[in-house]
Structure formats: structure tokens, C-alpha cells
Design a protein around this ligand. Structure first.
Ligand code: EPZ
Length: 425
């Protein structure tokens, strides 16, 4: 099992390329299932979750030509004209909850699908009841048995029917499932409390290139007019705002001066605002973000909420920054029930953090000291990397397969900025 060995204390200097967004690439690979024509996705990030999704759609009989190049050279040509098995088996789904995104497209195009329930994961139970509620509203008959969702259309139906869908809470992949299914449904679909994360407008723009009729994407109300068929297209995956935010927090913590190519401030306003209040200098430049920081910053309280609020996927990373800042910060996690698992590991590095239910109270300390720690989930891993970059001495992070699910060559990019970090077996 790979580990990351970090010797802390180095500032970060230079330029780094932000990869395509994991949380856009995954639904966009599923959107390829909506057409029998070839789709080319470029700027595909080199991630374990992307490899899992490619395996999942190949498993359905889809033709996938993958070139795992760096940055925008990373591309895939997907041709779902050869799809024979509209299924997502447990062996693949259990490692990646986002496999549930195959349900909407398979049901919309083939009228039936068999998708394993995702099961829980480290950060929470991650139910899919809202996905089932919305697709049922479009006419799907979905039964859950032996750990699988078995979905089909009613007798005599050839397509889903447009519906008005209002979920009990904002759900990102739920919105994406409904958006994809509605493109081929008969009539109009209205998504009332749709998610507004930037990956959703990016998915919608791809679907529109395929011939879909969508408006309101990026707002909480999306309207879709169903069409009979969708065609192939070429689409470049939007830059990853969470990778961008992770690097911004790393530079803010270590001090330094870095240019993040392809990063977009407008996709990360809530985080950039907090970094500026903390004392970092964050400037938008042509096709990138310039971040500079020196000395100890001021701790920032925040609470995670749906976009455009402070993203839950940035909570652990900003907590690492708070742990070595001046003052005390109150961090409130409102989205997931168990997303403080990085805290115990940070305390091993010398952080002073008290958890009380959904709130973590972070008392900034002068310095952290290196230790052996264990990654527990994707964003927790990133927060331990940031903590290791500033801790005195050596930090060894175990179970970094969690990190590899969602970060493209993290240690290579950090080494390119001057960090003393290496992957060890
Ligand atoms: C997406 O997960 C992201 N994953 C997550 O990123 C991200 O943390 C999350 O959105 C919130 O922003 C992808 O896009 C692949 P939700 P998703 O449905 O869609 C509850 C990462 O680190 N809920 O928006 O699964 C749910 O339990 C990952 O990249 C239901 O109760 O999240 C949660 O409390 C982690 N029933 C809340 O809603 C449902 O049917 C928001 O979940 C669906 C969701």
C-alpha cells in the first residue's frame, strides 16, 4: 500500500496546472450513454475514480478509447452504440458511489437498468432515496432487491415522461441523474431545488452540444424539454475547483507565491473570500489564479452549505490551514454526518481541535510536528498533505489510495512547486 513521505517547512513557488474536475468527468462519462454516436471528452483527469467509471461503462459493452495524457491531452472517445448490458454491478459500485449516475441515462435510453445500491462510505450513509423519488416521478418503476435498484418503464411506455421534481434536499448527483434522464423524456421536466455546483452547468453545456434543450442550469430551477435522440459531441471537462481550492489552502499554509493555471475564482468565491480575510493575496489572472501568502494567517470560521456557499469538499483542507493560523475558528459541517475523521489524525500532528457534533473548534497553534498518520477519505487525505507540508520534520501518510481517487498526480505537482514529498511503498 502506497504512502506519502513529506518533510515539512518548505514554501511553495512556481506554476501548476489544475486538472479537469473529477465531479464533472464522472457524470459526463455517464452522459455518453445517452447516445449511440461517439463522444470525445478532453481534459480528463488521471484519477482512480475515472478509471473505475471507464471500467464500469466498458463492462456494459461500451467502446472506450482512452488516452491518459497530462492535462488537456487526457482524452477519451466513448461510443455507447455498442452497449449491450445496462447494468452497474456491486463490485464496481461499492468502490465508487458516483456509479449511481449511470441509472438515469440507462433508463432514459434503454427503458431498463440494474444498478447496485452504493452502500455507505466513510463520510456518511450516502442514501439514494431522492434519486429513486425523482426518476419514479418520471414514470420509472424501481424496486430494490438483493442490493440492486431494478428500474424499468411501465408496460407500453417507450420513454420516461417529463415531470416536476422537488427533492427533500439539494442533491448534486440527484440533479445530474434527473438532468440526463429528462433530456430523452417525453415533454417538459422542471427541477425545482436543483443543485448549482459548477459541474452541473458544465454537464448541461455538454448535453446541449448533444442536442438537449436545457435552460436555467446553474440556478436552483432547471427546465428541460425532452427530445427523441441525442447526437455525439466533443467536450472539454471544466477545471477542478476543489483541486484549485486545495492548492490555494496549501500555499496559504506554507507561504509562497504560486500561479494556478486554469483555476477559476468564480467557481470558488466562498473559499477565496475566506482566504483573503485570512490574509492571503488571491488574484484572478488570464486563465488562472495567482496566490501569495507569507507569515501566519488569521483563523477563519465557516459553515459548509450547498453551492454557492462554502463547499463541504473544502472543509478538511481549510481546517488544516486554520490549525496553524492565529486565533480560534468554528467550523460547522452541515452536509455530511461524519466528515470530521481528519481531526483525530491532525491532533496527532499537534493540532488543537475539539469536536462537538457538527461543530469543530480549531485553536491555531504555532507549529505542527510531523508524525505517521492515516488517510480515511478523499478530502481528509488532502488535509493531511497540507498539514504535513507545514509540520516540522517528517510526516508519513498511510492509505493514500483515498487521495488517488480524486487528485491527479498530487505529489508530482507539489514537488514541482518545491515541496519535499515522495511516494513510498
Ligand atoms: C456530490 O456527492 C459530490 N460527488 C461529493 O464530492 C460532494 O461532497 C457532494 O456532492 C456535496 O457537494 C460527486 O459529485 C461525484 P449529495 P453526492 O447528493 O451527489 C443527502 C468528493 O469529495 N442525500 O449532494 O453524493 C446526502 O446524504 C465527493 O469529491 C440524501 O439523503 O452528494 C447528503 O447529506 C465527496 N438522499 C446531502 O443529501 C439522496 O438521495 C447532499 O448529498 C441524495 C443525497
Amino acid at each position: 500500500m502506497d504512502k506519502l513521505l513529506i518533510r515539512g517547512g518548505r514554501q511553495l513557488q512556481g506554476e501548476v496546472y489544475i486538472s479537469g474536475a473529477k465531479n464533472a468527468a464522472l457524470p459526463e462519462l455517464c452522459a455518453c450513454l445517452l447516445t449511440a454516436e461517439p463522444v470525445i471528452l478532453s481534459n480528463l483527469p488521471r484519477l482512480q475514480d475515472v478509471n473505475t467509471m471507464l471500467k464500469l461503462i466498458r463492462n456494459m459493452g461500451v467502446d472506450v478509447q482512452h488516452q491518459a495524457g497530462a492535462g488537456r491531452d487526457g482524452r477519451v472517445t466513448v461510443n455507447a452504440g455498442s452497449l449491450t448490458t445496462p447494468e452497474a454491478p456491486y463490485e464496481l459500485v461499492k468502490t465508487m458511489r458516483a456509479s449511481v449516475l449511470a441509472l438515469g441515462p440507462l433508463l432514459a435510453r434503454f427503458g431498463h437498468a440494474r444498478v447496485s445500491l452504493p452502500g455507505g462510505c466513510a463520510i456518511g450513509s450516502r442514501p439514494v432515496d431522492q434519486h429513486i423519488k425523482g426518476l419514479t416521478a418520471m414514470g420509472a418503476e424501481i424496486v430494490v432487491e438483493h442490493g440492486y435498484m431494478i428500474a424499468k418503464l411501465p408496460q407500453g411506455w417507450t420513454r420516461l415522461k417529463g415531470a416536476r421534481i422537488a427533492t427533500d434536499m439539494v442533491t448534486v448527483t440527484g440533479t445530474e441523474n434527473f438532468l440526463m434522464a429528462a433530456c430523452l423524456a417525453e415533454g417538459e421536466t422542471i427541477l425545482e431545488n436543483a443543485a448549482q455546483e459548477p459541474e452541473i452547468p458544465d454537464l448541461a453545456e455538454m448535453l446541449i452540444k448533444m442536442g438537449a434543450k436545457i435552460e436555467g442550469h446553474g440556478t436552483s430551477r432547471i427546465r428541460i424539454q425532452g427530445v427523441e435522440k441525442l447526437k455525439g459531441c466533443e467536450h472539454q471537462v471544466v477545471a477542478d475547483r476543489i483541486e484549485t481550492g486545495t492548492f490555494l489552502c496549501a500555499v496559504a499554509a506554507t507561504g509562497g507565491d504560486v500561479l494556478l493555471r486554469h483555476g477559476r475564482v468564480e467557481h470558488l468565491e466562498a473559499v477565496v473570500e475566506k482566504l483573503r480575510e485570512a490574509g492571503a493575496t488571491v488574484t484572478e489572472v488570464a486563465d488562472g489564479i495567482h496566490v501569495q501568502s507569507q507569515g501566519r494567517l488569521k483563523a477563519q470560521s465557516f459553515r459548509t452549505t450547498e453551492y454557492p456557499g462554502f463547499p463541504t469538499d473544502m472543509q478538511a483542507q481549510f481546517m488544516a490551514l486554520n490549525s496553524i493560523s492565529h486565533g480560534t475558528a468554528k467550523v460547522t459541517e452541515t452536509i455530511f454526518e461524519n466528515r470530521f475523521m481528519h481531526v483525530n489524525e491532525m491532533v496527532r500532528l499537534g493540532a488543537n481541535i475539539q469536536i462537538d457534533g457538527k461543530v469543530a473548534l480549531v485553536e491555531g497553534v504555532e507549529k505542527l510536528s510531523g508524525a505517521t498518520v492515516m488517510a480515511t477519505d478523499l478530502r481528509a487525505s488532502a488535509s493531511l498533505v497540507i498539514a504535513g507540508l507545514v509540520a516540522e520534520g517528517e510526516t508519513l501518510i498511510d492509505r493514500i489510495y483515498h487521495l488517488d481517487r480524486g487528485y491527479d498526480q498530487m505529489e508530482t505537482k507539489l514537488r514541482g512547486l518545491g515541496a519535499d514529498i515522495e511516494r513510498v511503498k
